[in-house]
Design a protein around this ligand. Sequence first.
Ligand SMILES: [Zn+2]
Length: 128
Amino acid sequence: MNWSVTLPILSVLLVLLGAAVALRVRSGVLWPWSKPRPFRSARVEEFADKLQKAIIFLAGEGENLWAAAMICPCGCGEVIELNLLRQARPCWSAVEHPDRTVTLTPSVWRQKGCRSHFIVRHREIVWC
Ligand SMILES: [Zn+2]
């Protein structure tokens, strides 16, 4: 093996790896709790088996929304489903904003698992 060629290539690879790690840290992938991640909303006909993080899925037609689903923002990975139909209890209301974000009222308080308690307001998760 020719080390005079291999070593510079290795060092370049190490620098690239370092830059990739730094970017991941900056974008909050390694430490998601250090910076609030923007939450978006997405309309679906029905919820997929595997949801994406940081997206609040809204199921419904036009103005009539019947359910919302999201991955718990605490990082536990659990799926949270919320009823949006007024005929059933408990019931949340979801207001969609033009910037494809959503505000949910009242707050979400998980009674099992991580017991997270938070408010979804536009693109932010506000912890209670
Ligand atoms: Zn959680």
